[in-house]
Design a protein around this ligand. Structure first.
Ligand SMILES: Cc1ncc(C[n+]2csc(CCOP(=O)(O)OP(=O)(O)O)c2C)c(N)n1
Ligand SMILES: [Mg+2]
Length: 540
């Protein structure tokens, strides 16, 4: 065996489920060793796609993501997806060949690149420590929730390896939350008249514990966008807090006298630049990472610890009370709790469909057991707000780096994590064309995906940002592109939607046999920008 094989085998022995990548000479052996060790390998068409697939896979499966890339350009191609993963604290391991000879065309400072985007750089430097380096990379990725680049120098990869590849891992020690801070939060919950819980990424595993505590404290339930769906089915679920919040959710969150953020930083998106949190409200953050307490909307009280453990400890200390809950309020949540309950004037016409009408129509047509992935752009709120999801495993939002072009690969990673659900990719025309290399991957993998393109023939975000100020828009507008034809060329089914009546084509596909992916090329109305975009521009 050579070191490259030992590294792949050692990672496979850790129980890694799926790896994504693009194979070149520098990661050929390590990738084959992963496969020989029982790991599924998904070949992407661009390393950026591979990185994003692995990120989405990790988020939606709860397992570590693995990416395998060639040295140099293989890694630089992957960087945007890796940055998104690093910013989102996705546990991810990147196996990269490394050309250590400066004369090599492939040589770059890979460790510096990784560090620059917030990933952790490691290197296998000898046969002797190859397996322990893999174990360390795995530990840092999983326990510290980091994106780890494991550089594999070509000469070290080729060295002979002897010995076992399967080294036992020490169990992570978990310290309980501080008694004093939990007691203080119990006191605040016992006194609050209108408590609201906002659950974020760090709470996606803790629905039961949070709901039980909220029932005792009489709290209403909301999430950040990345945790959308967490409280689905609860009569007290306000859905997403922030730019995507319904008018009712915004009103009720603003009315809270206690906001408890669970594994949620309360950033500008979740709080509409802080305006959703009343200046009179007490703010508490419960987070594994105490660094979160002071960032964004700062906490009056920080409780360090795992969200589920803290909620459990609190449930033993909080006496039942009505809090924010009342039959009248439950009736309002039932009547006004979803965006589709909010009246609007349908602007469809002239061969274009109102994106709200499109999204509501798709929500009605597509099976509920779905997993929705969203790209970035002006359009992004429509699917986020109008396409319902069954739970927190139904929404994959790779937006920490706010890159366009990640949506399709996100949907692929999510689809592989949840083969029981219909994957839905919601893209703008700009993001769709940027990430289109992976359309072949969708077809090749036989994923029964619905890809919805909200086509305004423009970088709409830029058009609505600069257009009102009279700037020329030639750099951000495009002639019509026949995206349906492009999709058919790849082997997809496709429907062009220029009005509500065209959605019949989607219904036909849903009826079956769904033997190929469907691209819905929606020509959307674009007279004005979206209301959440106005919010977003304040952050630039
Ligand atoms: C990689 C990257 N390049 C550029 C941008 C700037 N940007 C933000 S939104 C956007 C337009 C996206 O266009 P499209 O996908 O068609 O969505 P739309 O805004 O038109 O709804 C651009 C270029 C970005 N966020 N990420
Ligand atoms: Mg567009």
């Amino acid at each position: 065996m050579i070191v490259a094989e030992a590294v792949g085998r050692a990672l496979a022995a850790r129980g890694v489920g799926t790896a994504f990548g693009v194979v070149g000479s520098g990661n050929f052996h390590v990738t084959n060793a992963l496969v020989a060790g029982g790991v599924r390998f998904v070949a992407a068409r661009h390393e950026g796609g591979a990185a994003t697939m692995a990120d989405a896979y990790a988020r939606m499966s709860g397992r570590v993501g693995v990416v395998s890339v060639h040295q140099g350009p293989g890694l630089t191609n992957a960087l945007t997806g890796l940055t998104e993963a690093a910013k989102s604290r996705t546990p991810l391991i990147v196996l990269a060949g490394e050309a250590t000879e400066v004369q090599s065309n492939f040589h770059i400072d890979q460790a510096a690149l990784a560090t620059a985007v917030g990933a952790v750089a490691m290197r296998v430097t000898s046969a002797e420590e190859a397996v322990s380096r893999v174990a360390e990379a795995y530990r840092v990725a999983v326990e510290e929730r980091r994106t780890v680049l494991l550089n594999l120098p070509l000469d070290v990869q080729a060295a002979p390896f002897e010995g076992p590849v399967d080294v036992p891992v020490a169990a992570a020690g978990e310290s309980g939350p501080s008694v004093a801070e939990v007691g203080e939060l119990a006191r605040l919950l016992g006194a609050a008249e209108r408590p609201v819980f906002i659950a974020g990424r760090g709470a996606r595993h803790a629905r039961r514990e949070l709901e039980e505590l909220a029932d005792l404290a009489g709290a209403l339930l909301a999430t950040s966008a990345v945790a959308k769906g967490l409280f689905r089915g609860s009569p007290w679920d306000l859905d997403v807090s922030g730019g995507f919040a319904t008018p009712l959710a915004a009103e009720l969150i603003r009315g809270a006298d206690l906001v408890v953020a669970w594994g949620c930083a309360l950033n500008m998106w979740t709080t509409r630049h802080g305006t959703l949190v009343s200046p009179d409200a007490k703010v508490v953050k419960v987070d594994l990472d105490p660094a979160a307490f002071k960032t964004h909307v700062p906490a009056d009280l920080g409780v360090a610890g795992d969200v589920a453990r803290v909620a459990e400890a609190l449930a033993a200390q909080v006496a039942p009370r009505a809090g924010y809950r009342s039959p009248e309020l439950a009736a309002r949540v039932r009547a006004e709790g979803r965006w589709r309950d909010v009246p609007y004037e349908d602007e469809s016409g002239g061969g274009r469909i109102d994106p709200r009408t499109l999204s509501i129509g798709l929500d009605d047509l597509l099976p509920r057991e779905r997993i929705v992935a969203i790209d970035s752009g002006n359009f992004m709120g429509y699917p986020s707000m109008f396409l319902d999801v069954p739970d927190e495993g139904g929404f994959c939002f790779t937006q920490a780096f706010q890159s366009i072009g990640l949506g399709l690969a996100t949907a692929i990673g999510a689809a592989i994590a949840r083969p029981d659900r219909l994957p839905v990719a919601a893209l703008g025309d700009g993001g769709a064309l940027m990430g289109i290399a992976e359309l072949e991957t969708v077809v090749r993998l036989g994923l029964p995906m619905v890809i919805v393109v909200y086509d305004d023939e423009a970088y709409g975000a830029e058009v609505h940002h600069f257009g009102p100020h009279g700037h020329p828009l030639g750099t951000v507008t495009f002639p019509p592109a026949d995206l349906a034809a492009i999709a058919r060329g790849h082997g997809c089914a496709a429907v062009t939607v220029g009005g509500p009546g065209d959605l019949a084509g989607v219904a036909e596909w849903v009826d079956g046999p769904r033997d190929r992916p469907l691209l819905v090329h929606a020509k959307v109305t674009a007279e004005h920008g979206s209301w959440w975009l106005e919010e977003a521009f304040k952050g630039h």
